[in-house]
Design a protein around this ligand. Sequence first.
Ligand code: ADP
Length: 241
Amino acid sequence: MSDPALAFRQLSYAYPDGTAALRSVSFALAPGERVGLVGPNGAGKSTLLLHAVGLLPARGAVLVGGLDPDRVPREVRQQVGLLFQNPDDQLFLPTVAEDVAFGPLNLGLSAADVEQRVATALAQVGLTGLGAKLPQHLSLGQRRRAALATVLAMGCQTLVLDEPTANLDPGGRRQLLALLTQLPGALLLATHDLEAVLQLCPRVVVLRAGEVVADGETAALLADPELMQRCELEVPWPLRR
Ligand code: ADP
């Protein structure tokens, strides 16, 4: 069997003020697997995603492709890309194209390769022709897709996404979900949008107070009224009887 794309092994984390945000979290994503990550506010979803890309120091382990990124070259860590909930945290240069080029330039690629990566990533997210735009002149849906392009341009095999559909209008949400469906890599989708999880992810991990309380088939777990209530969630409409 091939190594998991991303694995958390007994991962615990407390913020410097002592808040225990993760308690011995263990699960893994197979290559190409799409997994939803759900739970109430404060469950630890964002904290887990920050660990996935090495932005917080791990107690326990985060493995990428079966390797510990702390012990192998940076390229391993770069296989995982994080889409922040707020695209403005990810877009900080004057134009969309410059933002998308930023990562590949830092990889030391040639100007021609960078240009190619930018064009491909913008095409993937449906923003061809908008590279010269100022990010603040784009709609929220377009800014989210531009932020996604910055990650795709890095060639990440695995994406972890923090509330990608939050505050989008129905059209923007549909567009984003259609785009995510087409991406080939493994995907960890942290969200309150349970219908999006149902649509996109055959498997879901439920976090509560920093602990995994359920991990299994999405349609079965999200249809469980007792589990949903315990986690301050609601059975999504398509699963209600
Ligand atoms: P979620 O994404 O599921 O809403 P978070 O990962 O944001 O959960 O938060 C998990 C826990 O860690 C919560 O109790 C939250 O209050 C706490 N927390 C998050 N960020 C910080 C921080 N920078 N300092 C202290 N506590 C934090």
